[in-house]
Design a protein around this ligand. Structure first.
Ligand code: F6P
Length: 327
């Protein structure tokens, strides 16, 4: 049932992701178009608890669509895990008179929103903003495409030097719980092996593959390692490989937080713009407790509880594809 929305709040929470600003802009401008006041909440749940909120008008979000990071800043907030913290957040919402909230973030953000929804009667919708792409109910999360392009650009450069020196490189990418970045970027760079948290790593198998590549006269070898892979990450794998194959000339590169920064790709800007607009419309239509995504090109709504909890599964066919194409 449609709800009269007079004031909507928006925040970004958890690890930042390229495209968050484009999403904020879309929320603010859709509010302006619909004659709704829009309020930006700084640092996610922390700002909600502390009342760190400002009104945002159309011109306040000029020239941010192309910027990485988030103008509203982001945080991981322990206080919101406690009932007392959530009570304070509710008081801020009541004080300003917010009729609905748009939360842009990932797994932790929606876990918090889902608990809050059970305790307080405030409509909450979520936008998937994380480079990890580990949310069910959207083909891509905001920031994933940009992060993939960042990884690919970096690893292409590593490939140049790896080839010149006939070296083996272990490249660690983000993804403490999920291997989506590793899998797609691994295919994109033509990696010799891809190691992800969803499947156990067998060092002997990896060495067999590397040996076969070496004998097949490959001039360089790249192993993409998701940080949450079962052995403990790129340095540990490199150590174990070196122990068994001391002749390998190997190096480790950890790409780290460069994956979270940078100007969002075209794909991320368009995705974020569509989702920001859909979030405001969803609140007007009376929706709550849902994450909004794009599935098969269409806007889709998924309850928070379903969007989180590792429901998004890795496509194992892609792992097989990577193996076939790296022979
Ligand atoms: O945004 C998600 C994520 O990038 C994970 O892949 C990574 O493990 C984590 O954030 C790092 O977070 P922080 O910046 O808090 O160390």
């Amino acid at each position: 049932m449609p709800i009269k929305m007079k004031k909507i709040g928006v925040f970004t929470s958890g690890g930042d992701a390229p495209g968050m600003n484009a999403a904020i802009r879309a929320v603010v401008r859709t509010c302006a178009y619909s004659n709704i006041e829009c309020y930006g909440i700084y640092e996610g749940y922390k700002g909600l608890i502390e009342g760190n909120v400002i009104e945002l008008k159309s011109r306040d979000v000029s020239n941010i669509i192309q910027r990485g990071g988030t103008i509203l800043k982001s945080a991981r907030c322990k206080e919101f895990h406690e009932k007392e913290g959530r009570e304070k957040a509710y008081q801020t919402i009541k004080k300003i008179g917010l009729d609905g909230i748009v939360a842009i973030g990932g797994d932790g953000t929606f876990t918090g929103a889902s608990i809050f929804n059970k305790e307080f009667d405030v409509p909450f919708v979520g936008l998937p903003g994380t480079i990890d792409n580990d949310l069910y109910g959207t083909d891509n999360t905001i920031g994933y495409d940009t992060a993939l392009n960042t990884v690919i650009e970096a690893v292409d450069k590593i490939r140049d030097t790896a080839s010149s020196h006939n070296r083996l490189f272990m490249v660690e990418v983000m993804g403490k719980d999920a291997g989506f970045i590793a899998l797609r970027s691994g295919i994109g760079v033509g990696a010799e092996a891809i190691l992800i948290p969803e499947t156990p790593t067998y060092i002997n198998e990896l060495i067999r593959k590397l040996e076969s590549d070496r004998h097949g006269r490959k001039s360089s070898m790249i192993v993409i390692v998701a940080e949450g892979e079962s052995t403990g990450g790129a340095f540990e794998i490199a150590r174990q490989v070196k122990e068994k194959c001391p002749n390998y000339d190997s190096r480790v590169t950890v790409l780290g937080h460069i994956q979270r920064g940078g100007s969002p790709s075209a794909m991320d800007r368009v995705l974020a713009s569509r989702l920001g607009n859909a979030a405001v419309n969803a609140l007007i239509e009376g929706k709550t407790n849902v994450m909004i995504g794009v599935v098969n090109k269409n806007i889709a709504f998924t309850p928070f509880e379903k969007a989180i909890k590792h429901n998004q599964k890795i496509n194992m066919d892609l792992l097989t594809l990577a193996e076939i194409l790296s022979c």
